[in-house]
Design a protein around this ligand. Structure first.
Ligand code: MTE
Length: 325
């Protein structure tokens, strides 16, 4: 996600741009081969230590593994190995490269409070463990399509976002839900002051209530890894990956379309809706195909990342919006 930012001359392009895009200038296939090789050669030990840290007692650990909901299949794709997934991440709070596994271990995920405010019957705060224990955890296999034209598949554990909306009771006047990542804890990315911290994202209430919208608390049958957004992240698999905000601390209900991190940085390239569409190219690259980060197989991208039957209906009447950016 290359961006043109105000102080870009102060940092090398390599730091400002996720590796996938940076190395696109060279060759995407070469990059993926390099990344896979690197993961095998040097990064796996890093994940091993990352897992050890994450395995420090999690008060909700007894809830894993949760029963799989078989409704959501993967159209024959294999699950991305945890080692690969846990070492290939976008988490700008911990750096602009894909190798944030080690840096993200400094994030303290307990205590962790989630704040609910805005247009709701009654604003409240809730400790993550109390929230998780109120919710019906299940496992779902989802495809993940990054705007950078790579994809992976993940066994998430979590609960439908609609269950949170039900708990929160938004007012009828609320049309959107804004989500926000932590900024009250130290992270090296915050020193890159040209980014519009904190990371925020947004959905319409209809999208938040869609059965696919999922709040993730775990993955691979265990509590979530920090680099993948512990202790609470979003998964909205019909949208480009940047919508799936990590390490959420706040849900705020509003009648105005929320400003989002990437849109604030570069609206012409990363919009509010960001629904996957192979026929609408990113301004600087095609979205027609995607590369599996494990197998390097290139396959055609599907409209709504293949989830059209669940979500297409929501966008009827919204054709004038920039639904695909
Ligand atoms: N959430 C926060 N807080 N910070 C980020 O930098 N990156 C986004 C999204 N959520 C990001 C974030 C992007 S660009 C992508 S593709 C996905 O997280 C990556 O999720 P993954 O690392 O689990 O693959």
């Amino acid at each position: 996600m290359h961006v043109i930012h105000r102080r870009g001359w102060e940092i090398p392009e390599r730091q400002a741009t996720p590796e996938g895009v940076y190395l696109n200038h060279l060759s995407r296939r070469n990059f993926l081969n390099i990344a896979a090789g690197a993961a095998a050669a040097t990064l796996v030990p890093e994940l091993a230590s990352a897992q050890r840290v994450t395995d420090i007692p999690d008060p909700t650990k007894d809830l894993y593994p949760a029963k799989r909901n078989e409704t959501y299949g993967l159209d024959g794709r294999a699950i991305t190995p945890e080692e690969t997934n846990g070492n290939y991440n976008n988490f700008y709070e911990f750096g602009a490269s894909k190798s944030v596994a080690k840096a993200s271990q400094q994030l303290k995920t307990r205590p962790w409070t989630v704040k609910i405010d805005g247009m709701v019957e009654k604003p409240f705060e809730i400790a993550i463990d109390d929230l998780v224990r109120k919710m019906p955890l299940e496992e779902r296999l989802y495809r993940h399509r990054c705007v950078e034209a790579w994809s992976m598949t993940i066994p998430w554990t979590g609960f439908p976002l609609a269950k949170l909306v039900e708990l929160v009771k938004p007012l009828a006047s609320a049309k959107y839900m804004m989500m926000q990542t932590f900024q009250d804890k130290d992270a090296p990315g915050f020193r890159q002051v040209w980014y519009p911290w904190p990371y925020t994202e947004g959905l319409t209430i209809a999208e938040a209530n869609n059965e696919l919208a999922f709040l993730v608390t775990g993955m691979y049958g265990k509590p979530a890894l920090k680099q993948m957004g512990a202790p609470l992240r979003l998964a909205v698999p019909w949208k480009y990956g940047f919508k799936s905000i990590k390490s959420i601390v706040r849900f705020s209900f509003t009648d105005k379309q929320p400003s989002t991190f990437w849109e604030a940085l570069q609206a012409s390239e990363y919009g509010f809706w960001a629904n996957v569409n192979p026929e609408v190219p990113h301004p600087r690259w095609s979205q027609a195909t995607e590369e599996d980060i494990t197998t390097h197989e290139r396959r055609p991208t599907q409209l709504f990342n293949g989830y059209g039957p669940y979500v297409a209906e929501m966008y009827k009447g919204l054709e004038k919006e920039r639904l695909w950016v």
